[in-house]
Design a protein around this ligand. Structure first.
Ligand code: AMP
Ligand code: MN
Ligand code: MN
Ligand code: MN
Length: 287
């Protein structure tokens, strides 16, 4: 259920973006400004495991005549492997969503204490304070640790921080107790929203789960994403069609690095996909 009037027919959509409320570099307010600058008529803020920036984003968007859709990117898992689930159009003030966000924020803090100890065990002089300094608003993730490592010159860039230390399977990686994908779908559905699997091209052996998730109410697959190549898109489009799922496109904007300001809202999100997305949101809102 979008907040204000529907966007202009040819307005751009940016439905996967991060702010300083998680691991993005721009405040929700500054992202709303980018909407205007880049011709984005419909925007969803999808911070990791929280909709804590949604109120600020919503009011900034309303002031600027931009349609805002409350969003979240839930860190979920299937068979013990990480899977990100995007939620859209739910009530951000619902008790279950709020308590999920608070629980995850506490969990992320404890996880980072462990990750920092691991890095210290590997001989790096990085402290929890330095990692926390990389976050304006406290919802801590691996990029904050990566940025602290980068500042101290322990890695040449973020990619190296992830490849050598922070990616799943590397020595600095610590998992958390993520929701199962099924639970994430239900959490968002119970709050009146829809769910889309984020960047599915990154997951191995994931197609077998899709029919079951679709039956549970999963709405779509993020077929177009910066980490996908054309083969991924083709394979995922086919998979979406088989299970009656919609297709979405995004930049997964975080700001900084490859995410120059021009990149915000620049995903090629075809008109028919945008229409399906809006129809699915509306259907859920009126159900
Ligand atoms: P976390 O939520 O703490 O598990 O951290 C996951 C976040 O790390 C993702 O949302 C991305 O923003 C970032 N990330 C994951 N892989 C990489 C990578 N290879 N290079 C840079 N950033 C990454
Ligand atoms: Mn991120
Ligand atoms: Mn993600
Ligand atoms: Mn993301």
């Amino acid at each position: 259920m979008p907040s204000n009037a529907l966007p202009e027919p040819n307005a751009r959509f940016e439905i996967h973006s991060h702010s300083t409320v998680s691991d993005g570099l721009y405040s929700p307010d500054r992202l709303a400004e980018l909407c205007v600058k880049n011709g984005v008529g419909l925007w969803a803020l999808t911070d990791h495991d929280t909709c804590g920036g949604c109120e600020e984003a919503w009011s900034a968007a309303r002031d600027k005549g931009v349609t805002f859709v409350p969003g979240i990117e839930i860190s979920a898992q299937a068979k013990g492997r990480s899977i990100h689930v995007l939620g859209y159009g739910f009530d951000p003030d619902g008790a279950a969503i709020r308590s999920y966000g608070e629980r995850m924020e506490r969990g992320r803090f404890g996880r980072m204490e462990t990750m920092v100890k691991r890095m210290q065990g590997l001989g790096f002089g990085v402290t929890l304070e330095e990692v926390l300094d990389e976050s304006e608003r406290g919802n801590i993730g691996r990029p904050h640790l990566g940025r602290a490592m980068l500042k101290k010159g322990y890695v040449a860039n973020m990619q190296e921080a992830f490849d050598l230390y922070l990616a799943e399977g590397q020595p600095g990686y610590v998992a958390m107790k993520w929701l199962e994908v099924e639970e994430a779908i239900e959490l968002i559905a119970a709050a009146g929203g829809i769910t889309v699997i984020a960047h599915p091209g990154r997951y191995e052996n994931f197609a077998t789960h899709v029919p079951r998730w679709a039956e549970l109410g999963l709405a779509g697959l993020e077929v177009r994403h910066p980490s996908h190549d054309l083969n991924d898109e083709e394979r995922l489009s086919h998979l979406a069609a088989q299970s009656g799922l919609i297709k979405t496109a995004s930049t997964d904007f975080h700001g900084g690095g490859r995410d120059g300001d021009d990149r915000f809202g620049s995903a090629n999100f075809p008109e028919s996909w945008r229409e399906d997305f809006l129809a699915r949101l509306k259907k859920t809102a009126s159900a």
